[in-house]
Write a protein that binds this ligand. Structure first.
Ligand SMILES: [Zn+2]
Ligand SMILES: [Zn+2]
Length: 178
C-alpha cells in the first residue's frame, strides 16, 4: 500500500501527527510530536528502521527535548490510515515490547520509546524471525504438529484456546503464516 499523504490523527492520543519526510528512503513517517511521541509506519516502512544499521536520526531529531503526554498502552487502537482495529503483537518471543499492527493495511504504531527498545532486541530481522521460530518450536511445536493430524485436531484446538488473542500467539501465527 502507498504512503498516506493526508494528515492523520494519532491512534493513541488523538493529536495531529507530523509528517516527516525521510529523503534517502523517499517516504513519510507520521510522528506524534505534539502529543504522546508515538510513531506510525505505513505498510512495510517499519522494516527500514528496525535494524541497528538503519538510521533513525530523522525520527529521533523530531522527538528530542520534548515532553510527551502519557497514554494507555492497553487500549485497543484504531488504524489512522484505514480505520481497522489494530492488533497487539509482541516484537519477540519473551520480550515486553507490544506494538499495534493493522492487519488490514499493514500499518504499525509504536508508543514513545519502543522503537529504540525494538532495535536493541536483535541485530537483524533474520535473528528476530529465528527467535520466534525457536520459541514456537519449544512451546507449541508439538501442538501444531498434532493439529495436522485430523483425528487430534479437536482436542488440540481445545488446548490451544488460551493462546488465541495473546500477543505471542499473534506473532507466531504471523511469522509461520498459519
Ligand atoms: Zn499521540
Ligand atoms: Zn490500517
Amino acid at each position: 500500500m502507498a504512503d498516506t499523504h493526508e494528515t492523520i490523527s494519532c491512534p493513541a492520543c488523538g493529536k495531529t501527527m507530523k509528517k516527516v519526510f525521510i529523503p534517502n528512503l523517499g517516504i513519510n513517517i507520521d510522528i506524534c510530536t505534539e502529543g504522546c511521541g508515538g510513531i506510525f509506519f505505513d505498510n512495510r516502512e517499519f522494516k527500514q528502521f528496525d535494524e541497528q544499521n538503519e538510521s533513525i536520526d530523522m525520527i529521533t531529531k523530531e522527538l528530542e527535548n520534548k515532553e510527551f503526554i502519557p497514554v494507555d498502552e492497553n487500549q485497543v487502537r484504531i488504524c489512522p490510515a484505514c480505520g481497522a482495529k489494530m492488533v497487539k503483537n509482541s516484537t519477540r518471543a519473551e520480550g515486553d515490547v507490544i506494538v499495534d499492527d493493522c492487519y488490514s493495511c499493514g500499518g504499525k504504531f509504536l508508543d514513545h520509546g519502543e522503537l529504540e527498545k525494538i532495535r536493541k532486541e536483535f541485530r537483524t530481522e533474520k535473528d528476530r524471525a529465528g527467535d520466534a521460530v525457536r520459541y514456537l518450536y519449544s512451546k507449541v511445536g508439538k501442538e501444531i504438529a498434532a493439529a495436522s493430524n485430523p483425528y487430534a485436531s479437536e482436542r488440540v484446538a481445545g488446548n490451544m484456546q488460551w493462546k488465541k488473542h495473546s500477543p505471542i500467539y499473534n506473532l507466531f501465527t504471523k511469522i509461520m503464516g498459519l
